[in-house]
Structures are given as C-alpha cells and as structure tokens.
Write a new protein. Structure first.
Length: 132
C-alpha cells in the first residue's frame, strides 16, 4: 500500500514538472506546475499564466483545480506543486483557500524540490480556512 502511495506521489510530481514546461512567465521567469488527482482517479494539470496586469495572473494550482471543476470533478484528494526554482514552493493564500473549497482538510499537498517530495495536509497549510 505504501509503495502505491509513493508511486502516485511520484506520478503527480512528474506530471507537475511536465505541466511547468507550459508555464507562461515572461515577467517573473518563475515557472510553476501542478498536478492533481480527483477522488475518482482523474488527473488534471496546470501551470502558472502571468499577465502584464499582475492581478490577472493565475497560479498553477488554481489552473489545475479550475480545469478539474470545469470538467465536473469537485472532489479533489491530492495535488503536487513544483517550481523552476528547484526549491519547495508552497501554494499562495488564494490557492490554499481554493483548495479548501474542493478538498477535505486531510487532503494531501505535495511539494517537491531537488532533494525529495514532502507531504502536507491542507489543514497544516491552512489551519483556519474561510467558510469552514
């Protein structure tokens, strides 16, 4: 069972790195990729998409989540996040709140860097979510 979880984690991280290659980051040059799996086993990816009007920028995590939701999947259980920095890149506050809308508090958030994959629960990253 543990091996299956590790394989799933690695698959999500690999998918997130692939998604990162599509990032549109001409202003910050900071590329981010995300990959998630739904409760029913569907996979979705996303990348950050910047805009000259910074408020119109969308994070990789929200891109992946919105893709899943737009296809009818609202129960998400695990998401991986990677960045071009090579360091762990935790989700921003807005992304954490969006995660709280579609993930249970024990949902898994994976952050990867050059040394490994780190696992957090949504509750650890957002202990007092709005509306929960």
């Amino acid at each position: 069972m543990e091996n299956n979880k590790e394989m799933l984690n690695q698959k999500l991280v690999d998918m997130a790195y692939q998604a990162m290659e599509h990032a549109y980051a001409p202003y910050s040059h900071f590329k981010v990729g995300a990959a998630l799996v739904t409760e029913s086993g569907e996979f979705f990816t996303g990348c950050n998409i910047e805009n000259a009007s910074y408020g119109a920028t969308n994070c990789a995590e929200r891109t992946a989540i919105f893709k899943a939701v737009s296809e009818g999947y609202t129960k998400l259980c695990r998401i991986a996040i990677v960045s071009s920095s090579g360091e762990k890149t935790p989700p921003c506050g807005i992304c954490r709140q969006v995660m709280a809308e579609f993930m249970e508090e024990d949902a898994v958030i994976l952050l990867a860097d050059k040394l490994g994959i780190y696992e957090y629960s949504l509750k650890e990253l957002l202990p007092a979510a709005f509306g929960v």
